[in-house]
Design a protein around this ligand. Structure first.
Ligand code: AMP
Ligand code: GLY
Length: 418
C-alpha cells in the first residue's frame, strides 16, 4: 500500500484525496487550514503553513507526494521534497514557472507554438507600454502581472480598465512592483480547459471542461476563483472541434518539450491548459502547473483507473492511460453571500439537508460540533454526475437547493450547453 503525502486544503485537494482514497492508499494530508472533508479521508493530518520550508513538519517516509495548489510550487516545496527523497506528482519550481511567470509562459509558447500566443509584449517602461498600445489599440489590451495573483491580477480593457490612462497607470504600477508587466491582445471567443497527466515526456489527456469564472449568472460580475464547471459524457465539448482539440493537445506537448529544453528538467505532474477558441483556432490564455479548481472535481470523480497507479506511473516516467467513466458532470460552487466582496458572510453555519445525491467537495469551510461554517472564500463544490449533462445538472442543482444558510450559487452552470 502506498504511503502518500497530499499537500493542500481546497476542494481540488478534497477531490484528489477522494481519488487516492478509492485507490486505498495510506494518506497523510498536510494542510494550511483543516479541511474536514480531506481529514475524513486521511489516516493522519498536519496543519502548518505550506509556504515555509522551515516550518514544515517531518515529511519523510512517504512513497510520493501530490501537491495540489500552485503556491507551494512557487516557493520550491516540490524541490525540497524531491531532495528529501520523496518523488512528487508535481513539477519542480523551475518547470512550474509555466504558471508562476506569465512572461516565461509567453516566451515558452512563442518558441513551442507561436500561433497559440496572442500578440503580447513584456515591457519595462512607459515607452514600452505606449508602443504596444499603438500597435494593438488600447481597447484591445489585457494587462497581466508577472506573478501568481489567484486570477485576480489580470485587468481587461472595457471591464477593469476604461481609458489609456487606466492601462498606463496599472501597467506602470506593476512595473514598479515587479520590474516588468505583460501586455496582451484581448482574445475573443469561448474558453475551454484541457488537463493532462505528464510523466516528463508523455501526456495523457483528461475530459475537456468548461469553467465559469464570473460571479453571477449570464457571466456577469467580477472574476472569481470560479463558480462552477461542466464536462460531457463523451469527454468533449460541443463547441470544440476535433481540429481545435488536436491543436490544443499539440500545443501542450510542444510546451512540455520546450520546458525541458529551457530548464534541462522534465515536467512531471499535471499540466492545465486554458484555451480561448478564437476565429483563428485555439489560443492559450494561460497554463497552470496543477489541476484546475473546480475542473479537478469534474475529471477525478470520473477517474476509473487507480489514482495510485496513475501517480506511480508519472513518477516512474512510464505513464499509463487513465480511463474515465463515460458520464457527464456538473459542478456548482456554493459560496458565502457577498462573495467575492468585502461584505462576505463569514462564520455562518451551512445546513447540508437530507438525501443529497451529489458528491460534496469542501473548499474553504471549518467544522465545529459537526456543523460546517463559511469563511471568506468559496464553501462547497457540489458535483452531479449523470448519463447526460441534463441529468448531471439535475443531480447537482437538486443537491445545491438542499444546502442552506447565508450562501448563494450561480443558477446557470451548464445551462447554455444543456
Ligand atoms: P488568468 O489569470 O490568466 O487565467 O486570467 C484570468 C481571466 O482573464 C481568464 O480566465 C480570462 O477570462 C481572462 N483573460 C486572461 N488573458 C486574456 C486574454 N489575453 N484575452 C482575453 N481574456 C483573457
Ligand atoms: N478554474 C481555473 C483555475 O483553477 O485556475
Amino acid at each position: 500500500m502506498s504511503k502518500v503525502l497530499l499537500i493542500g486544503n481546497g476542494a481540488r485537494e478534497h477531490a484528489i484525496a477522494a481519488a487516492l482514497a478509492r485507490a486505498n492508499v495510506e494518506l497523510h494530508a498536510h494542510m494550511n487550514k483543516m479541511n474536514p472533508g480531506i481529514a475524513a479521508l486521511a489516516t493522519s493530518t498536519s496543519i502548518n503553513t505550506l509556504m515555509d520550508r522551515e516550518k514544515l513538519p517531518d515529511l519523510t517516509g512517504f512513497d510520493y507526494a501530490v501537491i495540489g495548489p500552485e503556491a507551494p510550487l512557487s516557493v520550491g516545496i516540490s524541490d525540497y521534497l524531491e531532495n528529501q527523497g520523496i518523488p512528487c506528482v508535481a513539477p519542480l519550481q523551475r518547470c512550474a514557472k509555466i504558471e508562476i511567470s506569465k512572461a516565461f509562459a509567453r516566451e515558452v509558447i512563442q518558441k513551442a507554438a507561436k500561433h497559440a500566443n496572442p500578440q503580447y509584449a513584456i515591457v519595462r517602461s512607459l515607452d514600452g507600454i505606449q508602443k504596444f498600445e499603438d500597435k494593438v489599440g488600447v481597447e484591445n489590451i489585457v494587462v497581466k502581472p508577472d506573478g501568481l495573483t489567484g486570477g485576480k491580477g489580470v485587468k481587461i480593457f472595457g471591464e477593469h480598465l476604461t481609458s489609456r490612462t487606466d492601462v498606463e497607470n496599472y501597467a506602470a504600477e506593476e512595473i514598479t512592483k515587479h520590474g516588468i508587466v505583460i501586455l496582451e491582445e484581448k482574445l475573443v471567443g469561448t474558453e475551454f480547459t484541457v488537463q493532462s497527466f505528464v510523466d516528463g515526456k508523455d501526456l495523457k489527456f483528461m475530459p475537456l471542461v468548461r469553467d465559469y469564472k464570473r460571479a453571477y449568472d449570464n457571466d456577469e460580475g467580477p472574476n472569481t476563483g470560479s463558480m462552477g464547471s461542466y464536462s460531457c459524457e463523451n469527454h468533449e465539448l460541443s463547441y470544440v472541434t476535433n481540429n481545435d482539440l488536436a491543436s490544443a493537445k499539440k500545443i501542450m506537448k510542444s510546451v512540455v518539450k520546450e520546458i525541458k529544453k529551457r530548464t534541462q528538467y522534465e515536467y512531471k505532474g499535471i499540466l492545465y491548459g486554458q484555451f480561448m477558441k478564437t476565429e483563428t483556432g485555439p489560443k492559450v490564455i494561460e497554463f497552470n502547473a496543477r489541476f484546475g479548481d473546480p475542473e479537478a472535481m469534474n475529471v477525478l470523480s470520473l477517474l476509473d483507473t487507480s489514482m495510485d497507479e496513475v501517480c506511480l506511473s508519472i513518477i516512474d516516467g512510464k505513464l499509463i492511460t487513465p480511463k474515465f467513466e463515460q458520464k457527464a458532470t456538473v459542478c456548482v460552487y456554493v459560496v458565502p453571500e457577498g462573495y467575492p466582496g468585502p461584505d462576505v458572510m463569514k462564520d455562518q453555519p451551512i445546513r447540508l439537508g437530507e438525501n443529497i445525491q451529489a458528491e460534496l467537495y469542501y473548499a474553504s469551510v471549518y467544522e465545529r460540533d459537526d456543523v460546517v461554517y463559511t469563511t471568506g472564500s468559496r464553501s462547497i463544490g457540489v458535483l452531479g454526475k449523470g448519463s447526460s449533462l441534463k441529468d448531471a445538472g439535475e443531480v447537482a442543482y437538486d443537491s445545491v437547493k438542499k444546502i442552506t444558510g447565508k450562501v448563494r450559487y450561480r443558477t446557470d452552470i451548464a445551462k447554455d450547453a444543456i
